[in-house]
Design a protein around this ligand. Sequence first.
Ligand code: ADP
Ligand code: ZN
Ligand code: ZN
Length: 721
Amino acid sequence: MIAKVEPLTPARALRGPFDYLLAGPMERVDVGSMLVVPFGRRRMLGVVVGVAEESELPAERLTEPIAALEADVPASLVRLGLWVAREYVSTPARGLALVLPPGTGVGSARPLIPKRALRAAVTPAGETAVAGSERLGPRQRAALELLGGGPLSAATLARRAGCDHSTLRSLERRGLLRLDYAAAPPRRPSVEAVGARATRVELTGAQRAAVDTIEARLDDPVGKPLLLHGVTGSGKTEVYLRAVAAVLERGRSAIVLVPEIALTPQTAGRFVERFGESVAIMHSRLSARERYDEWWRMRRREARVCVGPRSAVFAPFADLGLIVVDEEHDGSYKQEGDPRYDARTVAERRAVEEGVLLVAGSATPRPESALRYERLGLPERVDGRGLPPVELCAIAGAAGPLHERTRQALSEVRRRGEKAIVLLNRRGWSNFLSCRDCGRVWECPNCDVTLVMHRAAAEVACHHCGHRQAVPGSCPDCGSVSVARHGAGTEQLERELERLVAPLPVFRLDSDVAVAGGIESVLRRFEEAPAAVLVGTQMVAKGHDFPDVTLGVVLDADATLRFPDFRAEERTFALVAQLAGRSGRGPRGGRVIVQALDPAARALGYAARHDSHGFLEGELARRKLLAYPPYGHLIRVVCSSAESGPETAAADALRRRIERASVPVMGPAPLFRRQGRHRAQLVVRAHERAAAIAAVREAVEAVADERRHGQVSFAVDVDPG
Ligand code: ADP
Ligand code: ZN
Ligand code: ZN
């Protein structure tokens, strides 16, 4: 037998797979097995992507693998990893690395493999076989008899029975003994179930109808994915819980994708509460060892439900029955590094390939899903309470961050001892600093952007590369000591709110406090306080369920509209509607105030009326006219180099090649310098997705191989977020 092995190497130039000869105990190797193989003079870790009877290579050129690892992945996941590599114009190694046990990165010669013994135990069928007249070889019989005294490590058993590993494996295949890993019990990551409620609720009519449809489709998963389009507070999580229970009843496994566990511990907590040890949590702050243990719990079917962020779409279940994508509008489903995959698209692919149901849910679904999925509506909040009224108010840039109406509303919250959430999507103290005398603006030395002042840290920092320096006391150009601070971020707003609502506590939530447990602790303290204000970036608009919030405020709500991006409207609508959805979830009701430079903006109007249907309809019409997704496909290619010039030359070369394939392409357009690299961008906008991806892949591979573009890096982004 021949194994076709894809080596896990970062080198783009190595194009596998490569053939290896399987003999003796290696014959058990199959698609998904992980092998250590000789490669030239080195040894490399590789994944078996195919097996064949014969090789095209002459026999004398074939070598055998050195070892097989105990870990393997389902063949369906090998296909998925290779698909991701092709679809997102990456390498097979990088695509495969996504589906392997955590820690098996590309280029890692020694993956994290636990030191545990493979353990053998006799099965009931094995006991019957030994007692009865089943045909067994003398060594097989000896092995099974030895196990009559209890489980043994496989190595010990083989030694005592005088057999080898393949004898044990063949007994395992016949169902006469079981081989698994007797490890110390895996370490369980803790989920802080902030606000998780244990009560089992009676479903509302709309929830019941949604669950019924999902159950019917579990048994017959043909047709489109389902879109659970439910307003904020309509009880979508309860629908997912029932759907997962139905999957488990059918003896299958489920994946639940969530934006980020730290930000929405409530959701993960509800799954743990309902399904206990059957839940594996893929938390972004798990240690490598904890990730590895969770992976094994799934692989061994001890865990049947995987709750986690985008990478959970690769959970190693061989018997998947359902994929849920919670808050499907969330931008975190897009991976930033190579391959730049979109977990929602990967989920669609996996669902189709494995014949399982996909359920995506949101109060503000993407136009893509609204058009292409079958809709299930939850039109009302569970308690029958309406959505909170939203007031839009205009604020001139210079008038200070808080409108008079906002001040009054916050004062009321203070007076009545209630809770408010305030969103400003800008962290730090001031946006930028300038010299009042010569006009100098403080910029990052590595990126063409201004530095943001962080007062607590007494520094100015670049939000693109992490560069930081002390807050300047004077201007290095003219010596003036008059430095102006412009714009306010969450840090400054926190201070202002403290003055306004004292003695109520003010908690801040943004990526500056996200270090080590900061998010959970802020959310818990806000939840536990009888009255308080939570201020922060878009993190405060995620799916939190705090029933006692009576006021939601969005500041500078149209800031997102001022970026030239076809998703600007969609993002603005979702941000405002989601924040509005945090308010008025309890008996006291609630209200929302939205401050903007231009309150007449279309996205804000729809958000204020909670009209996601109207918004989607208008947005789809606009996209259709411009051939934007979902009516066309975008691919962005960014070329970058340390010196100025080569990036544009490479982009020009790419452009010519892509055009030769009759695929329309725009650019190159310069992008701002980032992390010391000059950048040029091309954008492909095409109707034919596969053809466009193929043209870009061929062009990038050809241009990257040319020596004169040697110092240029290429980043391909299919479906940029
Ligand atoms: P969504 O995700 O749609 O915003 P959640 O799933 O967070 O809504 O549910 C909002 C709240 O309603 C939660 O506290 C949840 O426990 C509760 N809930 C869900 N379904 C019901 C129901 N049928 N009856 C009463 N309360 C419910
Ligand atoms: Zn100056
Ligand atoms: Zn920078």
